[in-house]
Design a protein around this ligand. Structure first.
Ligand SMILES: [Zn+2]
Length: 478
């Protein structure tokens, strides 16, 4: 297989030839270029738009082997229109057929980079599902985000969702793991006065540019070095190393130059241990985990000084409704929710990489994580109402779905009934066998709200029927 084909190898199991037979017309391209980039990553080969040169350059940077072609106006299979609207109007997507041509219009409030990201991801999802499966949304306007929750999707507008506060001052963000979640979160958060500590031992591989913030000309270079160059290297501490789970290196980095926030997006076996170290160091952090194929994801905000639960409080104890049939298998559940023997952790970590996945799916996760980061970096009273509520009510674990899955009994996996939906879970969702249990890491007493009557036997833990219960209760036994 040559490089042109290899480039798409990791999405081929999902999409096959994807959108390679389709042509997309773009208008207002600067407001919908991110959607175009994601769709090119789903093999869309032909765009039509007026500002050809700018878009062509960007697409060529992402895929120098076989860049999508940008043609002048002409026939297309669908149309994407990017439109800026005043900042006090709600973010929305319009969908309608124009003489049979499916048209998606992005209505993006000016200067709201998270609305820009959210609408681009959602519009790309609509175009992909529409062109591949003929599954178009109902015609009309859909509103994205309200004051109470930025991830709501409704047909009628609610109280407006104000823009996420911009990160002010010389904040210092440490990002552990510069893959599809970490690198794209950085892309969204970047501002010229931020400082960074970037941690990742890897080099850019042939499979990375399709879902990560790297170009094909950067293949073979260190990820840390590529991002440092884009972020201005004087503001970046580069750590092209792996952080071992003994935490020694991480503690040394914190001691040498303490960050204001850590984004933990390595997706490796050390994840839980590194989170424990960050709790002990009293550092605000965000844990980002994609389940296999990025179909579902889990983002936990932890602020030790504001007395939130730690990551360990949730592990193994959250009741989040019926699990999805595919993504959580016993290995994943034990990786996420149990103490795994050190000799197994490395192997399991390798096998759980969230691939294959489309750039649309992983970008959604990065976008949610980056938004939480921007909120946490703001002073408590400057944060958005929904974020203040999330912290006050200790519902600091966000569970999101890039897909929906309806079970035989009509319930949705994880209670997620719309693709792209994000729900919040918290201390009220703790499940287990006892009345009260105690978190080993932070010492918090956890009240059990969902009682599980009969502890599963050792054999039944791996019985799919018992899996939900095993997930919830396996680490409350002692
Ligand atoms: Zn805890």
């Amino acid at each position: 297989m040559n490089n042109r084909e290899q480039y798409f190898a990791r999405i081929e199991p999902l999409l096959g030839q994807g959108l390679s037979q389709h042509t997309l017309d773009l208008q207002g391209v600067r407001a919908c270029a991110r959607a175009a980039e994601m769709l090119a990553g789903c093999r869309l080969q032909r765009f039509r738009c007026k500002s050809k040169i700018w878009l062509q350059k960007q697409l060529k940077w992402k895929n120098g082997f076989r860049p999508a072609r940008v043609l002048g106006p002409g026939p297309a299979d669908a149309r994407l229109v990017g439109m800026w609207i005043p900042a006090n109007e709600p973010a929305a997507l319009d969908f309608h057929f124009e003489q049979g041509l499916p048209c998606v219009t992005l209505r993006i409030p000016k200067n709201d980079r998270f609305a820009l990201a959210q609408l681009n991801t959602q519009a790309a999802r609509w175009i992909l599902d529409g062109l591949l499966k003929q599954s178009w949304p109902t015609e009309g306007r859909s509103f994205f985000g309200q004051r109470a929750w930025p991830y709501s999707q409704t047909k009628t507008p609610g109280p407006i969702c104000p823009p996420t506060p911009t990160v002010a001052g010389q904040k210092h963000i440490m990002v552990i793991g510069l893959g599809s979640l970490g690198s794209e979160a950085i892309r969204l958060l970047r501002r010229k006065d931020l400082r960074w500590t970037l941690v990742d031992p890897a080099e850019v591989s042939l499979h990375n540019p399709i879902r990560q913030w790297y170009g094909t000309e950067e293949i073979g270079q260190s990820k840390v070095a590529c991002l440092a160059r884009r972020l201005r290297s004087t503001r970046v501490r580069s750590v092209p190393e792996k952080l071992e789970d003994d935490g020694i290196k991480l503690r040394a980095l914190i001691k040498a130059d303490r960050p204001d926030l850590v984004l933990l997006s390595a997706g490796t076996a050390e994840h839980a241990n590194l989170a424990d170290v960050l709790w002990e160091e009293s550092l605000p952090h965000i844990s980002v985990l994609a389940y296999p194929r990025a179909r579902f994801f889990e983002i936990t905000a932890v602020v030790p000084k504001e007395n939130t639960p730690c990551l360990d409080c949730y592990r193994g104890r959250l009741y989040s409704g019926p699990q999805a049939s595919l993504p959580i298998d016993e290995e994943l559940s034990s990786f996420l929710y149990e103490r795994v023997a050190p000799e197994d952790r490395e192997r399991i970590g390798r096998e759980l990489v969230a691939e294959p996945a489309t750039p649309i799916d992983t970008n959604r996760i990065a976008e949610v994580a980056a938004r939480i980061a921007a909120e946490l970096l703001s002073a408590p009273l400057k944060r958005s109402f929904w974020m203040q509520r999330l912290l006050n009510q200790n519902t600091t674990c966000l569970l999101g779905g890039n897909t929906i899955e309806q079970k035989e009994n009509g319930n949705y996996a994880y209670g997620l009934s719309q693709a792209g939906q994000v729900i919040r879970l918290g201390l009220e969702d703790i499940a287990g066998y006892e009345e009260v249990t105690r978190c080993n890491t932070c010492g918090r007493s956890l009240q059990i709200h969902h009682h599980i009557e009969t502890p599963p036997s050792a054999e039944s833990i791996f019985d799919p029927e018992q899996l939900t219960q095993a997930l919830l209760g396996s680490d409350t036994g002692t």
